[in-house]
Ligand binder design. Sequence first.
Ligand code: PLP
Length: 458
Amino acid sequence: MKGSGSFAFEKDSLALLRAALERLEAGFASLPASPTSFLAPDSQAVERVLCEVAQRLHDNFPYFHPLYAGQMLKPPHPVARLAYALAQWINPNNHALDGGRASSAMEKEAVAEIAGMFGWKTHLGHLCSGGTMANLEALWVASRLRPGANVVASQQAHYTHQRIAGVLGLNFESIPCDGRGRMDVARLGACLAQGGVGTVVATIGTTATGSVDPLPELLDLRARHGFHLHADAAYGGYFCLVDNLATETQRAYERLGEVDSLVIDPHKHGLQPYGCGCVLFRDPGVGRFYKHDSPYTYFSSAELHLGEISLECSRPGAAAVALWATQRLLPLVKGGEFARGLMGGRDAALDLHEKLRTDERFLTGFAPELDIVVWVPRAESVSAASPRSRWLFTEAARRNLHLALAELPADFFDLAGAGMKRDRDTITCLRSVLMKPEHRDWMERIWEILIESAEAQG
Ligand SMILES: *Cc1c(COP(=O)(O)O)cnc(C)c1O
């Protein structure tokens, strides 16, 4: 198969892991030999199990391939994979410095670099298992600052905000969106006028469409009403580094550093394996809410232990090591290689949107703000278009092009302009998250398959 144009995983980096492992081992050369550290596993048995695992893993969509253009899935960078694996020989726990001294230092450095992207010179923050946990922590701190007050987020905010509010025992209210999937500021204003709101969640890149809530207007409202403004930038946070956003979106990013707390997911766009979210607070003083005096944890120095400012106890030091290594190789700067990678996906999204917009078989909504495109096949009505979306999804998948489906408000599309009857409030759309830089170069191929699939549908 190899050489015939078929896909192959990059494997050369395995040799780099061996070299790095030897360097790591050299650091512990003064330890007396220990029989257990030399105990080799039964290699034949391990190989048998691993091959069985590989076999089982075939039953996955090919997330790493450019023809996977469906959900938010992006392969980790090889350096992240290797650094994570290397750290496994130590398996540090970033709860306390006793469990992971070097990896805790690397976490603090990597997190400070992320905070630096938003212009924060001081902050309080750490890594956690993902965006959900990070948002839980941000809303928990917000609720300590304004006890008993309500949380509001847009109807397109991540579904977990409502659930998190439930866990924290807070009332939750969702604010309708405009025709572009962004929080409707007038509706938020009306809600604030009624009082009782403690926290407003601004989604900076919604999960469904990558829409960016109008942050400058939300900051104006905060000046008037004094709520905790939390930015859920789990998906979109890294786009503050790119130069190819629309002016209005750009304006929101320019002011992102003015929010009170912020969540960003290195395991979404930051090239990390799963298990890497990040929560940041602009005021380091919120650290007081985390105070605990666990009898199990013996904090061995006066230096900050990350377990003192985190809701979770044990956390993987390996995730911090992987993130640190990735940012060392690909610094979080405008114009850098990492930023150019994000711009590649965004260019691909603009390209796909334009192809769809000018093709009479399809109907697009608003232009993508980030790198997510949604569209529907044209039909006489909303109820007729939805099954066609599902059909096209299946036809494309049969040709190895993997898209996603989303149930969205019908008002995201100019139905009247397209002569489509609005006989339902929501419409099943096709959705493509173009997260990989390679998507730009693969767009012609993607388009070819899409057209072929649409023609098979008739
Ligand atoms: C993905 C996402 C989340 C949830 O993050 P997880 O890492 O999946 O827990 C929250 N908010 C937004 C906007 C997201 O895109």
